[in-house]
Design a protein around this ligand. Structure first.
Ligand SMILES: [Zn+2]
Length: 307
């Protein structure tokens, strides 16, 4: 059985975002739904956990999640055995800096993401003797290991997804050079005991026929829910970029995620990486109701799913 805890469901900045006075952030400050930046934790044995991405809110997420607390009676311990990174955005990697207190764990990431960690000396607070950095490759399944080296029982298949490189590298040379393949990964995550699996795509610019084929029939899909409509940041006066310009598909519209993933026989669909501009965050909004009618969930932080 795989256990999955949603540590956070928000896009970069979280909800509310520190410098945002939009209606959704205001509602979140006055008692409405708050959400930390997107990350999930997974475990096959209920004892050892792997994080998918390490958000800047990781410290708060670890405190709020009893499954990830140190074992009673142990002076130094963490159930977190590893972190799998799907991209190098700040909201996916900055939480690593909150794991610098000497506990051993492994980081699994594409060489393009590892190149960014290496090029930024601040990540050297994670000593390479304690924190092993393991390269992963597109279309090559791997099984993250437990701290004693034994298999975790979790199979992970990374695959390339249409997307963009990290925002802070826009117009700049990537430390790994090359063409961008590997900057944005989706993951298929398998329980090696039961054969059940789910998909994790926190960023995706477009649903291709190939991706539809992959996702068809899945028990569970976590999918990019950054914006409701492509131009919502511009329309709300919050920014100059469309969802597409940031490498994110919209929830709604003819080519949006809701339409693209309809009729694929997916049992459970959960949005993740939801920006604070997205009206589907508001409990009573027409957009939330439309998403729910289409079979999608906007999850609260801390929600656990078993598969
Ligand atoms: Zn806002």
């Amino acid at each position: 059985m795989l256990r999955i805890v949603i540590l956070g469901a928000a896009a970069g900045g979280g909800v509310p975002q520190w410098n945002c006075g939009c209606a959704i952030c205001q509602a979140a400050r006055s008692g409405g739904l708050q959400s930390t930046q997107a990350s999930i934790a997974i475990s096959a044995d209920g004892e050892h956990w792997f994080l998918i991405n390490a958000s800047p809110d990781l410290r708060q997420q670890l405190i709020a999640t009893p499954q990830l607390h140190p074992k009673p009676g142990q002076l130094r311990h963490s159930p977190v055995a590893g972190v799998i990174l799907t991209n190098s955005e700040v909201d996916a990697v900055a939480g690593l800096l909150s794991m610098r207190e000497g506990s051993p764990f492994s980081i699994y990431a594409h060489p393009r993401v590892l190149a960014i960690l290496k090029a930024n000396s601040i990540f050297n607070v994670l000593s390479e003797t304690n924190v092993r950095r393991q390269p992963i490759a597109i279309d090559e399944a791997f099984e993250p290991a437990l701290p004693d080296g034994s298999p975790s029982g979790i199979g992970i298949l990374p695959f390339a997804v249409p997307g963009k490189g990290a925002w802070y590298l826009e117009g700049k040379a990537h430390p790994a050079g090359g063409d961008g393949a590997g900057d944005t990964l989706g993951l298929r995550i398998d329980d090696k005991t039961t054969g059940r699996y789910f998909y994790f795509l926190a960023a995706c610019a477009k649903v291709t026929p190939e991706l539809k084929g992959r996702l068809a029939g899945a028990s569970l899909v976590f999918f990019d829910g950054t914006v409701w409509r492509d131009d919502e940041l511009i329309a709300a006066g919050l920014g100059a970029k469309t969802g597409q310009a940031m490498g994110h598909i919209s929830m709604s519209g003819e080519h949006g995620a809701i339409a693209a993933l309809a009729d694929l026989g997916i049992d459970r669909k959960v949005f993740l990486h939801i920006n604070n501009s997205n009206p589907a965050l508001l409990q009573d909004s027409a957009e939330r109701k439309a998403a729910e009618r289409a079979g999608w969930q906007i999850p609260p932080d801390g929600m656990e799913i078993t598969l």
